[in-house]
Design a protein around this ligand. Structure first.
Ligand SMILES: Cc1ncc(COP(=O)(O)O)c(C=O)c1O
Length: 451
């Protein structure tokens, strides 16, 4: 086992380019088995997967019926494109997603992942406005620090300076408004005036509303730490979009498929999207797939004419991935996972709130199985950690210490310094207690370091 592990480590260091990570790191966890909420590394150590891989393994690891569906589909038809033709898994999945989604979203464009879904949504919005006689509407508004992916379109929409800068200049026309961040909002503690939502309108008006095609936002913004907008936010954003004739894109690459306690985030928060992007949880990660759910409004000018949407991907709507997604949805429906999340979310929150006595635990926020703990120098004054403390304590200590304690999660300082937790939707009180106990050890030791 150890030799195997060492050899794999050597091969990885020589040949494997790790995503979003320095290439000169000398430690790496190599995971080779998963079951339910747990994964094992090649040395036999067990970890609680507190991030569902990457917000992805919603149904949990090691589901034989999903694996079986992949094998059977590969045997029947391993590949066929949906460029003008179709195959049963893509048709059945599109119909099933339309049934689960809000009533106005009835068509699906399949991609292989989330970035492509976001690019597709922006292109659809631009193409739609060309067809309805408003070709000047090309721009898109997202929120500061939001993550929407890494392909050029999605990266341009992404609002995280550090990951944009190495690739600039990016696609023109992507603008950024304030994020919804109640913990440090000057108004939220007294009287929320939805200033964060109004900032979207400020950006639209400053740029010229007639040039804006879409606003894109996550129901709960990941970067910054599970940012749940204040009451009334989505109604206000929807109204801003309607007042200015702009499309609203709900980027649900993380929030769909039960993560926030409903099939789609827009349902939990009660707003209507014109386009809705998804990926990750649609297959629980057993095969790559993403897509865009398209409203009747956006589909109409394409359906009323012989106009082609000149966009396609060889592997978009891959039959094996669609068969996997159907099997995954069977599991999620049978075990009622979105409802399970909703029924357990207050227990999950309570387990994390038990950590509030640790002096560096500032805010605990989130919804469903999507929570973050913001670390501060001082809970009472909400004084921020310094850049050095983020680097040394959050990234350099808390992350690795939690791994040592058997908890995989994310120590993230791309915006506010947070520990992000998003376990598989099959997690329950036993896993909440396990997460809280590892966090208590790591955060108490981190607090001592900050002093
Ligand atoms: C909200 C959101 N949009 C888009 C993406 C990009 O998805 P992918 O990594 O599948 O390209 C992500 C990835 O985490 C995401 O969280």
């Amino acid at each position: 086992m150890t030799t195997d592990h060492q050899e794999l480590g050597e091969l990885a260091r020589k040949h494997l380019w790790l995503h979003m990570a320095p290439q000169n790191g000398d430690t790496m966890t190599i995971i080779d088995k998963g079951d339910g909420c747990y994964v094992w590394d090649t040395e036999g150590n067990r970890y609680l997967d507190g991030l569902s891989g990457l917000f992805t393994v919603n149904a949990g690891h090691g589901r034989p019926e999903i694996a079986k569906a992949a094998g059977e589909q590969a045997t029947d038809l391993g590949y066929f494109p949906i460029w003008g033709n179709a195959h049963p898994p893509a048709i059945k999945l599109a119909a099933r997603l339309a049934k689960l989604a809000p009533p106005n979203l009835n068509r699906v464009f399949f991609t292989t992942g989330g970035s492509e879904a976001v690019d597709t949504a922006w292109k659809l919005a631009r193409n739609y406005f060309k067809l309805v006689g408003q070709p000047q509407r090309t721009k898109i508004v997202s929120r500061q620090h939001s993550y929407h992916g890494t392909t050029f379109g999605a990266l341009s929409i992404t609002g995280i300076p550090a990951i944009r800068q190495p690739f600039e200049p990016l696609v023109p026309g992507a603008l950024h408004a304030q994020a919804a961040y109640p913990y440090r909002c000057a108004f939220c503690d007294s009287a929320c005036n939805l200033q964060c939502a109004n900032d979207i309108e400020r950006v639209i008006e400053a740029e010229g509303a007639e040039t804006i095609a879409a606003v894109i936002l996550e129901p709960v913004q990941n970067t910054g730490g599970s940012l749940v907008p204040p009451e009334g936010y989505f109604d206000r954003v929807r109204k801003i979009c309607d007042d200015h004739g702009i499309l609203l894109i709900s980027d649900e690459v993380i929030c769909a498929f039960g993560r926030v306690g409903s099939w789609f985030g827009a349902q939990r928060f009660g707003y209507e999207a014109d386009l809705l992007t998804f990926a990750k949880g649609v297959t629980s990660g057993y095969a790559p797939l993403g897509g865009v759910l398209i409203s009747d409004r956006v589909a109409k000018p394409f359906l009323d004419s012989d106009n082609t949407f000149f966009h396609g991907l060889t592997f978009g709507g891959h039959p094996v991935s669609c068969a996997v997604a159907l099997a995954n949805l069977d599991v999620m429906e049978r075990e009622n996972l979105p409802a399970r999340v909703k029924s357990y979310e207050s227990e999950f929150r309570a387990a994390l709130e038990g950590l509030k006595d640790i002096p560096i635990v500032g805010d605990i926020r989130g919804i469903g199985y999507f929570y973050s703990i913001e670390l501060v120098r001082d809970r009472v004054t909400r004084e921020r950690l310094t850049e050095q403390e983020c680097k040394e304590v959050l990234k350099g200590f808390v992350g690795p210490r939690l791994l040592e304690l058997g908890l995989l999660c994310r120590a993230d300082d791309r915006a506010e310094p947070v520990v992000v937790l998003a376990p598989p939707l099959v997690a329950g009180p036993e896993q909440f207690a396990e997460m809280a106990s590892a966090l208590r050890v790591a955060l108490t030791e981190a607090a001592a370091k900050i002093g």
